[in-house]
Ligand binder design. Structure first.
Ligand SMILES: CNC(=O)Nc1cc(-c2cccc(-n3cnc4cc(C(C)(C)C)ccc4c3=O)c2C)cn(C)c1=O
Length: 285
């Protein structure tokens, strides 16, 4: 140890931060898909199968993302897609996460896997899984900002996990980050987000309601025959809401209506939502 220091310094030495992964340890596999942010591949890392996102340079404000990645590696829950680390010492920036074998929840719902999606109990289980992950994020004061079926993933034994939490804030594309942009998730946005871009765990609760609608609608697009502008009008001014999907039990739809309360403070927390959903789940066992 240097200069008589008894033990090595407790903070990770420069460049050996525990969230920094050595790219030579990654073996890239097949492509899983792409988005505005870059491309995702299956990969091998220390004998584990992982997912790696190669971020398109310029798509992400990297410094702010790297700051966030340090806290994201501290977040760990069975219903969050685990962030293992990042490669930041070279381009492109690489994000290494847990691999989910059945892909995004939205694709899974659309795939109409026989025998899985017609079970009301299974669909409520999907809602409970997402709610557990969101309750954990809520408890850690982490706002998702883009909760939707496309950003949840399905793993072994059809467990559903919340992915890409906290990433939305660092996307540079104005089309995505501005509420007037074409890529902004208007149809999942609460009134205060549409009017003042005011995100909170309560705006995540609103999006969670739309996600449950997606689950019971087999992945259909919400407000399918409406433009973004029309959705803003009916949500903010007309107080209209999505209709109950056929496959959705009335008990669940009654809860969903609470998640879409006009005022954020009138919406339940994920903590309350979870206990309600677990009670409803019992009635379907
Ligand atoms: C068959 N198994 C699989 O395909 N498994 C997997 C597929 C993907 C995957 C593949 C392509 C694109 C995306 N994807 C989608 N939307 C995104 C949206 C954003 C924001 C910033 C707009 C929110 C950021 C990243 C993504 C993103 O990476 C994912 C999650 C990720 N993981 C972990 C898997 O296990």
């Amino acid at each position: 140890p240097r200069h008589g220091q008894k033990t090595a310094p407790t903070t990770a030495g420069f460049g050996h931060d525990h969230w920094e992964i050595d790219p030579s340890e990654l073996v890239k596999g097949k492509e899983l898909g792409t988005g505005c942010f870059g491309t995702v591949y299956e990969a091998w890392w220390k004998d584990n199968i992982v997912a790696i996102k190669l971020m398109k340079p310029g798509s992400m404000s990297e410094d702010s993302f790297i700051e966030e990645a340090k806290t994201m590696t501290q977040l760990s829950h069975p219903n969050l897609v685990q962030l293992y680390g990042v490669v930041t010492k070279q381009q492109p920036l690489i994000i290494i996460t847990e691999f989910m074998k059945h892909g995004s929840l939205w694709q899974f719902l659309k795939s109409k896997v026989p025998g899985i999606l017609n079970e009301t109990e299974r669909l409520i289980m999907f809602c409970v899984d997402v709610c557990k992950g969101m309750k954990y994020l809520e408890s850690r004061k982490c706002i998702h900002r883009d909760l939707a079926a496309r950003n949840c993933l399905v793993g072994q034994n059809y467990v559903v996990k919340v992915g890409d939490f906290g990433l939305a804030r660092h996307v540079i594309d104005d089309e995505y980050s501005s509420s007037y942009g074409a890529k902004f998730p208007i149809k999942w946005a609460a009134p205060e987000v549409l009017k003042y871009t005011k995100f909170s765990s309560k705006s995540d609760v609103w999006a969670f309601g739309v996600l449950i609608w997606e689950i019971f609608s087999g992945g259909e697009l919400p407000f399918a025959n409406m433009s973004n502008a029309e959705v803003v009008e009916i949500i903010c001014n007309k107080d209209e809401r999505l209709k109950k999907p056929k496959a959705c039990p009335h008990s669940v739809f009654t809860q969903m209506m609470n998640y879409w309360a006009q005022k954020a403070e009138d919406r339940p927390s994920f903590k309350n939502i979870l206990s309600c959903l677990l009670e409803i789940l019992e009635t379907f066992k």
